[in-house]
Structure formats: structure tokens, C-alpha cells
Design a protein around this ligand. Structure first.
Ligand SMILES: O=C(O)CCC(=O)C(=O)O
Ligand SMILES: [Fe+2]
Length: 170
């Protein structure tokens, strides 16, 4: 199946059903069972932002090697247009957590973010024509090419916000 990931003028694209309803609910169960794996990113491998601050949130890597059960249940067949999914970063935000404007350091062909929780929060891309606000909508993917786009996660207002960053082709 060819997925339309034609970038817009800012290099962004949207995938309306990246994860099915069932996959979203599997991921919710996975999080409940694996909270202990989350690392505090204000201290461990901090995500340094353009203003010198570090992102306040927790995360864990999901890969074939670290979590084979969920990998083979949900992620193994999620290549996009023959570019393989190589790893997934699960981000967990408590109320008040945020990541200021930054560029990602990883060097993928593309990265796609999708919310798992039904929170009223968002991911914001800062483009030459202004902010593009991507509201959390479980299973909907917001993607970008390379690591050029500056983006941020505004202060989270829900009790918890969970997103997955799917990294393709590296
Ligand atoms: O959680 C998100 O929506 C984006 C997270 C992000 O930008 C990052 O982890 O670098
Ligand atoms: Fe980021």
C-alpha cells in the first residue's frame, strides 16, 4: 500500500490513520504495564532546546530488541512506502511538562508523531508562515522529513499525555 506523504510547502505531512483503534488501545495497555521503563529526560539524554532549556518529560525506546512482544504485535509491519520503521520513542508527559522549540537530533528519512492519549494538548511546528498546531488525535500521524523543522510541545494541560515518535529509515 502506498501512503501519501507528499510534503506541504513546509515539509510536513499528515497520515490520517497511522495507528488503528486497536493498536492505540494495545499501546495504552503497554504503557500501563511499562511505566517503570520511563526515563526522566530532564536528566537522561536531555533534549536541549534552542533557548538552552531542556525538555521536561519522560521517555522510553521501543525497538525489536528492547520490547519484541509489542514490536512484533504493533510495529513490525509499519514501514511507509518501503522505508522501514527502525525504532519508536514513547514520550510521557505529566501535567506541566513541555519541550521548548527545538530541532530533533536524530537523522531519519522521516519522523512521524502520533498521540496515544485523548488529551487536549498538541505538537506545534514553527514554519516560515507561522505555527502549525497539530492537535492530539489518537492514531493520526504528523510527519516531517529529516530534522529541519523547529517544533515544540506547549505546557501539557492534561494529567498525562503520551505520544509515539516513529523513526523511519535510519
Ligand atoms: O511528543 C511530541 O508530540 C513531540 C516530541 C518531540 O518533539 C521530541 O521528543 O523531540
Ligand atoms: Fe522533537
Amino acid at each position: 500500500m502506498v501512503i501519501d506523504i507528499t510534503p506541504d510547502s513546509e515539509g510536513l505531512f499528515e497520515i490520517s490513520e497511522l495507528l488503528s483503534h486497536d493498536q492505540v488501545s494495545l499501546m495504552r495497555d503497554f504503557i500501563d504495564a511499562n511505566m517503570i521503563c520511563l526515563l526522566d529526560r530532564s536528566k537522561f539524554k536531555p533534549n536541549t532546546c534552542l533557548d538552552g532549556s531542556v525538555g521536561n518529560y519522560r521517555s522510553m525506546v521501543i525497538s525489536r530488541e528492547t520490547h519484541p512482544d509489542i514490536w512484533f504485535t504493533v510495529f513490525e509491519d509499519m514501514s511507509i512506502n518501503d522505508i522501514p520503521l527502525t525504532s519508536v520513542m514513547l514520550n510521557y508527559y505529566n501535567k506541566g511538562d513541555h519541550i521548548s522549540s527545538h530541532r530533533d537530533k536524530q537523522n531519519n528519512i522521516y519522523t512521524v508523531s502520533t498521540a496515544v492519549t485523548d488529551s487536549s494538548d498538541c505538537l506545534v511546528f514553527e514554519t516560515s508562515t507561522g505555527d502549525v498546531i497539530c492537535k492530539d488525535n489518537p492514531g493520526v500521524g504528523y510527519g516531517f522529513y529529516g530534522n529541519r523543522p523547529v517544533h515544540r510541545v506547549p505546557v501539557v494541560t492534561s494529567d498525562s499525555r503520551v505520544t509515539l515518535l516513529l523513526m523511519y529509515g535510519n
